[in-house]
Design a binder for this molecule. Structure first.
Ligand code: GRG
Length: 295
């Protein structure tokens, strides 16, 4: 795989996920159906694309990085399935379709999330995946992803979110929550791409800086879209933050300052890319597109 454009990235990731979680005639075929339902429901694939692009930018083998890119998307999808459950956010729509538990029931949705989380590690640590990048890089990338998904990262962020429900929280708490809940996985994806390519630590740090800024902007845009987004493009109802009385960047900063923060963070992200000697136009474009996204 040479460095490729966005639609080819989407196709490569979609095809690989389709292979990793196949239609099956096994007795637990319903579980596979539930996993595929959310995994192949047309997410933006930002995280796997970051793995592949940073890997390519650092001169790595993108084909060999593909299982690791898919693993990040599996973990992201698991988090969305669990986040929608009645015991969490209780959301009935996701990616333009009824949420996983609405279609398959709570117990199956719980298992689909669990299985995607586990399959991420199974996928990264198969002998084929390890053979593609080498044991040291595979282990390092899997470790980065594990740390980002767990109690210090995404799951921890979700715990802060639950703790904050129905309360007015200060900016500091909101930022910490989002750094964990949303930022950690996005940062892990960018770093994994560099690690899989064997990049020097200076470049891993630059990728991390880019992703931290993009991740922060991403969350602010998420809050903006919950106020003024289009339900059809978003694939879910808007206004849920207000309904749940959640503190958001919009409620704490106001719409104008929230918009300015997104632009500032996008600039910061683009500046971090100066560390890379290669062509960073794609990653600059991605940061800029995410700042004005409508879904
Ligand atoms: C349940 C352990 C556990 C974690 C859930 C990430 C998360 C924690 C919940 C997601 C809730 C949410 C809507 C967060 C806001 C930012 C975010 C992660 C949005 C969804 O990501 P996108 O926009 O989704 O990349 P697509 O569907 O495009 O993949």
């Amino acid at each position: 795989m040479g460095r490729i454009d966005h639609s080819l990235y989407l196709a490569a990731v979609g095809d690989a996920l389709d292979r990793y979680v196949p239609v099956t005639s096994l007795m637990q075929s319903e579980l596979f159906r539930a996993m595929r339902y959310s995994l192949l429901a047309g997410g933006k694939r930002i995280r796997p694309v970051l793995v592949l692009e940073f890997c390519g930018l650092c001169g790595g083998d993108q084909e060999a990085a593909l299982p690791f890119a898919c693993a990040v998307e599996m973990i992201h999808t698991y988090s969305l399935i669990h986040d929608d459950l009645p015991c969490m956010d209780n959301d009935a729509m996701r990616r333009g379709k009824p949420s996983n538990h609405v279609v398959f029931g709570e117990a199956q949705a719980l298992l689909a999330g669990d299985s995607l989380l586990t399959m991420a590690f199974e996928t990264m640590l198969s002998s084929e995946s390890i053979g593609g990048v080498g044991a040291q890089r595979a282990a390092e990338a899997a470790g980065v992803l594990a740390a980002a998904a767990g109690a210090y990262g995404m799951a921890g962020g979700q715990a802060i979110d639950l703790m904050s429900e129905g309360k007015k929280i200060p900016m500091e708490t909101l930022q910490k929550m989002d750094e964990c809940k949303t930022g950690a996985l996005i940062r892990a994806a960018a770093k994994m791409g560099c690690i899989l390519a064997g990049a020097e630590s200076r470049l891993v740090r630059a990728a991390d800086e880019y992703a931290a800024a993009v991740g922060f902007a991403f969350q602010i845009v998420d809050d903006i879209l919950d106020v003024q987004g289009d339900e059809k493009s978003l694939g879910k109802p808007i206004g849920s933050d207000r309904e749940k009385d959640k503190s958001t960047y919009v409620s704490l900063l106001g719409m104008e300052r929230a918009g300015n923060a997104v632009r500032g963070l996008t600039d910061t992200a683009c500046k971090a890319l100066h560390a890379f000697p290669g062509d960073t136009a794609y990653l600059r474009g991605l940061a800029e597109e995410l700042a004005v996204r409508d879904r």
